[in-house]
Design a protein. Structure first.
Length: 95
């Protein structure tokens, strides 16, 4: 989220709200963030005033992945198959 419409320090891309409104007619909209719910609450509140995002997933919904190379690293993967839905009817807003 960035550019233009400043609201509580959050800058939304132009037409992002219109985008959600239009596509919500054709898709189930799911927000997926690698942050914690309390970190994303204000962003979703500013972005989705008309409550078009039907479900919100956060860091605790992601899969923890361990990579072993020169040193061990931990990362998280957003696995859309965990939604348990027909993904041809879902629009994922990745934040």
């Amino acid at each position: 989220m960035c550019l233009n419409k400043k609201q509580d320090g959050i800058h939304l891309r132009p037409y992002s709200q219109h985008f959600l409104e239009e596509l919500s007619q054709y898709f189930e909209i799911v927000g997926f963030s690698a942050a914690f719910p309390n970190q994303m609450a204000k962003i979703f509140e500013a972005l989705d005033k008309k409550k078009r995002v039907q479900h919100k997933l956060y860091l605790h919904h992601a899969i923890k992945v361990q990579y072993v190379a020169i040193q061990s690293n931990t990362s998280y993967s957003k696995d859309s198959s965990r939604l348990g839905r027909d993904l041809s009817k879902v629009l994922i807003v990745d934040t």
